[in-house]
Design a protein around this ligand. Structure first.
Ligand code: F6P
Length: 414
């Protein structure tokens, strides 16, 4: 069953990437995959370039991609079909959303791929990435393509020239997706414009929404729990307590830390939950804060305000059930981690959309959910991810993921 919406029937959706080289297809495919996995959908990316590198070696010069080179054309077709067959086998073993990451620049190739997928009962949506912004293309070539094994040991100028020649080969045959081909989403200049044609159904529409919010502007996301609360000192869950003396020291240390950040600090957005401990923690920073109810701590329902020992002694069945499956266990009249993940979705979309740095001051369970999304960790790990008190986590998106740094500021009570 998917975590997404309690569906018992798995989704069966193939997203077929389309676009010239260096248009951010792989980036987009991986971001979509990360989002889907976080929602609990079984998802995998099949990258045809990797098949080529693994099976034929990575050092192919641009001639290999020349549409007039019959050997290259045939070899590329074989690689594309090998990846497609693997994707079909993966769907047959229960996969839900497969992303077929290749250029798929001609209508003929797309027809071949889509017919094969549809014959297996899969819905097909083309995801076409068009880039008219020369600066984005140039930066993409330098940041990702030159680091590919294809150009190991080759000088930068030579590599750029070869890659540009490779793009030119594809340009000669490129046919943008046409309405007659079926459902598609066309993303122009990383979300500046998004066109959706016959994209229907719950999951595909959510993916369009997600693509509309994506960007590649560099900025950091900072995550921290509130300063230690009086409940933390007593090992109590939930409630709406204020900060302990150690928590107050963290509030000052956090303000000093943020104050010492790079010039961008003035545009930093600071988000808190609606609970007192996060609002108090953010109060010394001196920047406007925004309260999100979706960032409130997991609702412990009937256990709210109890210590972990009291729960174990007074409600042993609840304690045992939670130990058995902490991800899906729902507190009586409260929430589970799955519930928390679901309500974090608007926060994720806003984080994706935002170009300024964001500091999220929230709670343990909620931050585990956000961290799992940003670091692509599977739902089953969420309830156990280490998010200690008084530790500020800085996540900075890099090419295909995030770089992580942790800063421990004022110590919490022993
Ligand atoms: O103990 C602090 C706290 O934020 C509680 O309010 C919350 O119930 C708990 O952490 C979540 O962590 P876990 O799921 O590990 O109990």
């Amino acid at each position: 069953m998917s975590l997404l919406d309690g569906r018992r029937d798995p989704a069966r959706l193939a997203l077929v990437m389309v676009g010239l080289p260096a248009r951010g297809k792989t980036h987009m495919a991986r971001r979509l995959a990360r989002y889907l996995r976080w929602l609990g959908v079984s998802t995998r990316v099949f990258n045809v370039g990797n098949y080529r590198r693994e099976r034929l070696g990575s050092h192919q010069s641009h001639d290999f991609f020349d549409p007039d080179n019959p050997e290259g054309r045939e070899a590329r077709r074989e690689m594309a079909m090998a990846a497609l067959e693997d994707m079909l086998a993966w769907f047959a073993s229960g996969g839900e959303v497969g992303l077929y990451d290749a250029t798929n620049t001609t209508a003929g190739r797309r027809r071949l791929v889509a017919e094969r997928l549809r014959a297996h009962g899969l819905d097909v949506v083309f995801v076409e990435s068009v880039c008219e912004d020369e600066a984005v293309i140039a930066s993409n070539i330098r940041q990702t393509k030159l680091r590919m094994p294809d150009y190991a040991g080759v000088s930068e100028d030579e590599a750029v020239a070869d890659f540009r020649a490779r793009i030119a080969h594809y340009e000669r045959v490129y046919e943008p997706v046409d309405e007659s081909e079926g459902s598609y989403v066309r993303v122009v200049d990383v979300g500046r414009k998004v066109v959706a044609h016959r994209v229907q159904g719950y999951l595909p529409s959510r993916l369009v929404h997600f693509l509309m919010n994506l960007h590649v502007a560099p900025r950091s996301i900072w995550l921290t729990r509130h300063g230690e609360s009086t409940f933390n000192v007593e090992n109590r869950v939930g409630g709406d307590p204020g900060l302990s003396p150690a928590g107050e020291r963290f509030r000052e240390a956090l303000a000093a830390h943020v104050g010492g950040l790079e010039a961008s600090r003035k545009d930093m957005r600071v988000w808190t939950s609606t609970l007192r401990r996060t609002r108090e923690t953010a109060s010394a920073i001196g920047l406007p804060t925004e309260e999100w109810r979706s960032l409130d701590e997991i609702d412990a329902g009937a256990c709210d305000g109890m210590t972990y020992d009291e729960i174990r002694d007074q409600l042993p069945k609840e304690h045992a059930a939670r130990r058995e499956n902490k991800l899906t266990y729902r507190y009586p009249r409260g929430e589970s981690y799955v519930d928390v993940i679901r309500r974090l979705e608007p926060v994720i979309l806003e984080l994706e959309r935002e170009r300024r740095p964001v500091l999220v001051v929230a709670h343990q369970a909620v931050l585990r959910g956000l961290y799992a999304y940003l670091m692509d960790r599977p739902p089953k790990e969420v309830p156990y991810l280490p998010v200690p008190l008084h530790t500020v986590i800085r996540l900075t998106p890099i090419t295909y993921g995030c770089e992580e740094e942790r800063f421990t500021l004022a110590p919490a009570s022993p």
